[in-house]
Ligand binder design. Structure first.
Ligand code: AMP
Length: 288
C-alpha cells in the first residue's frame, strides 16, 4: 500500500486504488466506514462532521479535493485555500484516512459523465451558480462510489447542497445513509467557513451581522408576517449593515426548497441567504 504518510498525522491516499485497498482492510476486520467530503482548509465545522460520523462508524475517510467542476470560470477556484499539512494536523485524533486525489485522478483524460439533479438544484444557488450543483453531484457520486461508505456526513451550512445529495442518493439507490450535521458558528454567530479567511477585519465585523438579520427575518415570518415583506426588509438591512449585494434572502419549504405560494409560512420552512462583501460571497441558512 503506497500510503503517503510523510510527516502527516493521518495517512493520505492519493489514488482510488490506495483508498480502496485501505478500506478493504477495514472491511476484512468487520469495521463500518464513514465518509466526510470536504474541499480542505478544515475548521471546527468540518471536524464536527468527522466526530458525528464517528458516532455511527469505526473508521472515517475525509476527502480533500478542491473540485474544479463546481466553480464557474469567474469564481475563486484559484484563490481557494489549500493547506493540506494543517488539515492533516487538524484531523489528528479524529479522522483515519485522508483521500486527497489530484484532478487527473478524479477526471482522467476522456472523462465524460455529469450528474444533474433537477428541481431542488435549480432555485437559489442554482440560479446564481448554474453549473455548481452538477459539479457537486458528479464529484460526490464519484466519492461515494470510490469509498462505498456506510454513512456520509454533510453540513446543513450548505443546506441546498444537502438537499441535492439526499435527492441524488435516493434517486440513484446509492446504498449510503446521509447524515446532516448542524452548522458550527463563531461566538458572534457567523457560520464557520473556509471563505471567512478572505475577510479583512472590517469585513469580518460586517459579516457577523448576517446571521442576526437572517434570524430576525425568520422569526417575523414564523409569527405569520408576509414572506415577501419580511425578506425585502431583511435584504435592505443586509445592505445597510455593509454588504455590497444580496443574491437572495428567501424562505422556502424545508426539503423541496419550493416557494410558499400563499405568501405566508404554512409548513416547515427554511430561510436561506447569499450575500457578498467585496469579492467574498457568504451563504447561511436556518430553520424558520
Ligand atoms: P466544504 O469544505 O466547504 O466543501 O465543506 C465540506 C463539508 O463541511 C460540507 O458538508 C459543508 O456543509 C460542511 N461545513 C462547512 N462549514 C460548516 C460549518 N460551519 N458547520 C458545519 N458543517 C460545515
Amino acid at each position: 500500500m503506497a500510503l503517503d504518510s510523510n510527516s502527516y498525522d493521518v495517512p493520505v491516499a492519493r489514488t482510488v486504488a490506495d483508498l480502496r485497498a485501505e478500506i478493504a482492510e477495514w472491511r476484512k476486520a468487520g469495521l463500518r466506514v464513514g465518509l466526510v467530503p470536504t474541499m480542505g482548509a478544515l475548521h471546527a465545522g468540518h471536524i464536527s462532521l468527522v466526530d458525528l460520523a464517528l458516532q455511527h462508524v469505526d473508521r472515517v475517510v475525509v476527502s480533500i479535493f478542491v473540485n474544479p467542476t463546481q466553480f464557474a470560470a469567474h469564481e475563486d477556484f484559484g484563490a481557494y485555500p489549500r493547506v493540506e499539512d494543517a488539515d492533516a494536523t487538524a484531523l489528528s485524533g479524529h479522522g483515519h484516512l485522508i483521500f486527497a486525489p489530484n484532478a487527473d485522478e478524479m477526471y482522467p483524460q476522456g472523462f465524460s459523465t455529469t450528474i444533474t439533479v433537477a428541481g431542488v438544484s435549480e432555485p437559489l444557488e442554482g440560479s446564481f451558480r448554474p453549473t455548481h450543483f452538477a459539479g457537486v453531484a458528479t464529484v460526490v457520486s464519484k466519492l461515494l462510489l470510490q469509498t462505498l461508505p456506510d454513512v456520509a456526513v454533510f453540513g446543513e451550512k450548505d443546506y441546498q447542497q444537502l438537499m441535492v445529495i439526499q435527492r441524488m442518493v435516493s434517486d440513484l439507490n446509492i446504498p449510503v445513509t446521509i447524515i446532516p450535521a448542524p452548522t458550527r458558528r463563531e461566538a458572534d454567530g457567523l457560520a464557520l467557513s473556509s471563505r471567512n479567511a478572505y475577510l479583512n477585519p472590517e469585513q469580518r465585523a460586517i459579516a457577523a451581522k448576517l446571521n442576526v438579520i437572517v434570524r430576525e427575518t425568520a422569526a417575523r415570518a414564523a409569527q405569520g408576517e408576509d414572506i415577501a415583506t419580511v425578506t425585502k426588509e431583511g435584504e435592505r438591512r443586509i445592505i445597510e449593515a455593509g454588504f455590497d449585494s444580496v443574491d437572495y434572502l428567501s424562505i422556502r419549504h424545508t426539503s423541496s426548497l419550493a416557494a410558499f405560494e400563499t405568501g405566508r409560512v404554512t409548513a416547515p420552512a427554511r430561510i436561506l441567504v447569499a450575500a457578498k462583501i467585496g469579492k467574498t460571497r457568504l451563504i447561511d441558512n436556518m430553520p424558520v
